[in-house]
Structure formats: C-alpha cells, structure tokens
Design a protein around this ligand. Structure first.
Ligand SMILES: [Zn+2]
Length: 276
C-alpha cells in the first residue's frame, strides 16, 4: 500500500495525493521537527502546560510553511466526544492563538468554504480527514478509542449524506497515530469495540500473550472498519502506516508517559480557490 502521508523537507507531513490532485487544498500533519519550548519540539497545543507564547510561535511558523494565516484557523477544545461543528468564515481565528476562544467540546469540524483551516491536536489518537471533491466539502475528526467507539467517523459520513454527498464521492484519510503493535488496551475497551462487529468478523485487536485481559488494538484499522461499515468504498480510504509511538517524528502520549506535546492535523481550501 502507498503511504498517503509524505514528509516534506520542512518537516511537515502532507496528504500527497489530495494536495497534488486538488490545487488549493492544504491537508497535513505536523511533526516534532522545529519549534522550541517545554517538549523540545513543535508542540502545537495550548492545553499541555507549555508556554502560550511558544505555542503561538510554533503555530505562526506552521502558518507560514503552509501559507495559511492563523487568522483563518479554527481550533477546538477536544473532549474525546463526538460533537461535529460546521464552521464558516465567521469562525475564523477561534482557538488559533489561544485556547479560550476554541470551539467548546468539539472533536470534529467540517466546512464547505474556502479560507478556513480546520485544525485538531493529537498525540496517538487518530486524525481522520474527509473530502468530497464534488461538493468541495472538507472535514476532520479526532478519533481516539472513545471518539471512535462513539462513532465520530460514521457520524461525519451520515452528516454529509444528509447534506447531499454521495457515498462514492466521499474520501477519507487516516493519519499518523499509534499503531496496533504499540497500543495495548484492557478488556473494557475491547468490549466496546466488539459491539461494532458481528461475531464472525475479523476484529482489530488480539490478545497480548502472557498478559491477562490485555490486547493489542489497532485504532487505525478500527476507524477504517467503521467508515466501511458506514458505506465508504474501501478504495476511498487512505490509511497511513506511520505510528506516533514507533517514530521519533512524533509526540506520543503513551511512549512519553503523558508528558508530551501535540501534533496538529489540518485541512483547508486556500482563500478564493473555488466559488463555493
Ligand atoms: Zn507503533
């Protein structure tokens, strides 16, 4: 399988196929490269006890690299729930340079306007990206195990279907996040995941040998399965092989035992790129 996320010389990962095929579309994921501050890297989140001025500086740096000003960014207070907010130009700047103005209790964003960058922060949870090239709608969601079990991925697809998207037009990408060999979970998580499957289906988890009630769990495959169950053609889903814990390109909440920075996933159409 082709890795959908390519690393640019500037240290940012980008969704190569989408950016190449859709001029004006910006879709990517930050790494630890560059930046200063408490976590010795490009921490993009305000809520992890880093200095605000450092986070602002890191964000301005990324804004310059992707040529998308922070005044056009929209960010969220992420709570591992399933609320999706539709945003427009009137929301621009919220949560861009502080945490207070971020959209409260929101883990998914979508928009059909240009000049709005949808942003969410991560350290192991799965970034989901959505694109409908026909309606020009874009979306993103923060899908850790709670959000995924809650159905945030399928919810985005349901929402877009109600708003006129055809299933075959919706594409999704699953971004850098903890892999199935790095992520161990307990029985309660596995039970919640199992509810999404028929008993005879392949499960995205397997028992860890010699560790009672412990499982290796692939959040990436789980999220993919849920999108397929909601009707997305498998060929429309691009899954990364990049692991936030295996690779030193990323912060990892698990690997770094909770004391770590956050990457940012983002998607947006540059201002005036199409007539919406
Ligand atoms: Zn890994």
């Amino acid at each position: 399988m082709i890795e959908p996320f390519k690393k640019a010389d500037n240290g940012l990962f980008y969704l190569e196929k989408w950016e190449r095929e859709e001029p004006g579309l910006v879709a990517g994921f930050t790494s630890t490269a560059g930046g200063t501050g408490r976590y010795n890297g490009l921490n993009m989140a305000f809520h992890v006890q880093d200095q605000s001025s450092v986070v602002q500086e890191n964000r301005r740096k990324v804004a310059e690299l992707i040529d998308f000003p922070t005044s056009a960014w929209v960010g969220c207070e992420q709570t591992h729930e399933v609320h999706i907010a539709s945003v427009s130009k009137s929301d621009r700047g919220r949560g861009a340079l502080d945490y207070e103005t971020a959209l409260a209790a929101t883990d998914g964003l979508d928009s059909n306007e240009t000049g709005v960058l949808l942003t969410l922060c991560y350290a192991d949870c799965v970034p989901l990206y959505f694109l409908d090239r026909t309606t020009k709608r874009i979306g993103t969601a923060h899908a850790g195990w709670k959000g995924a079990v809650g159905g945030i991925g399928p919810n985005m697809i349901k929402k877009w279907k109600q708003e006129g998207s055809r299933l075959e037009d919706i594409e999704a990408a699953i971004g850098p996040s903890i892999c199935g060999s790095c992520y161990k979970v307990g029985a309660s998580v596995v039970e919640a995941v199992r509810k999404w499957y028929q008993p005879n289906e392949d499960m995205p988890f397997s028992p860890v040998r010699n560790e009672r009630d412990t499982y290796f769990f692939s959040l990436q495959l789980f999220n993919r399965d849920l999108l397929i169950k909601e009707g997305l053609p498998p060929e429309n889903i691009h899954v990364t092989s990049l692991c936030s814990s295996c690779s030193t390109d990323f912060f990892s909440h698990r690997r770094d035992r909770g004391h770590t920075g956050r990457m940012m996933g983002y998607i947006g159409w540059k201002e005036g790129n199409y007539e919406g």
